[in-house]
Design a protein around this ligand. Structure first.
Ligand SMILES: [Zn+2]
Length: 238
């Protein structure tokens, strides 16, 4: 998308795109798609860990699928054992901020602290320093680029969002199956921001329905990190 137009309306549209556009790298570097010539997908879960994450891990294990979990620091402090369970099951862990705050109109210090506290919580629970970050609500803001650079984090957006926080599982599964394409990144949620004991039945139903269908279609699942390190993976264009 070009942001060269000179009107105020166009400038507003461009800022909106820069903040939330899945392929924008204006406010921070991010990736959103792997190699389009490979029938590979990444399935990603945000807002965990939650009390229901282990139920999801069992479904992933049944299908031998590795996933990426973008965790909030506050949730990791509440459930460090579940964070370790995710890692022990062979999945990838990324940073999804500490308290799931929206970053627009926040200071660079606030944004840095949100990322750093989550990084600390994940490290304390698992011994791991994540290299991937997903912005809460997909919102990037001024200061995020610097915070990511200081902490060695690459942003990850998505190609398909399940809307599993509001749609029934069957509808979410349809969105995933219909939207999946080579190199795609599917975005779901094993928590609901930082609420304790969230109801994630929609997510679990969707994963149970969609995974066998996507595997039947010939897709192989990679972690987001593995998907992006494939030869033709590319960063989003600003
Ligand atoms: Zn989130």
């Amino acid at each position: 998308m070009s942001c060269a137009a000179g009107t105020i309306a166009a400038a507003g549209a461009c800022l909106g795109y820069a903040v939330r556009g899945r392929s924008s790298t204006f406010l921070a570097p991010s990736m959103y798609r792997g190699d389009p010539s490979r029938s590979e997908l990444a399935i990603t879960f945000d807002d965990g860990p939650s009390e229901s994450t282990p139920a999801l891990l069992r479904i992933l294990e049944e299908h031998r699928v590795r996933a990426t979990f973008f965790m909030c620091g506050a949730n990791v402090r509440r459930l460090p054992g579940v964070a370790r369970e995710v890692l022990a099951a062979g999945h990838e862990i990324g940073n999804h901020s500490d308290t799931h705050a929206r970053f627009d109109f926040k200071s660079p210090d606030f944004i840095y602290r949100e990322l750093a506290l989550a990084q600390d919580a994940i490290h304390a629970a698992t011994g791991l320093q994540p290299g991937l970050f997903r912005a809460p609500y997909g919102v990037r803001w001024f200061g995020l680029r610097h915070a990511q650079r200081r902490l060695g984090l690459t942003g990850v957006m998505w190609t398909v969002i399940g809307r599993d926080w509001s749609l029934p599982g069957g509808r979410v599964a349809q969105r995933l199956i219909g939207g999946a394409a080579n190199g795609g990144v599917l975005c779901l949620h094993d928590g609901r921001t930082i609420h304790a004991a969230p109801d994630i039945r929609n997510t679990i139903d969707a994963v149970r329905a969609a995974l066998p269908r996507l595997l039947d279609k010939g897709f192989e699942f990679r972690t987001a990190g593995d998907l992006f390190y494939a030869p033709q993976a590319y960063a989003a264009q600003s």
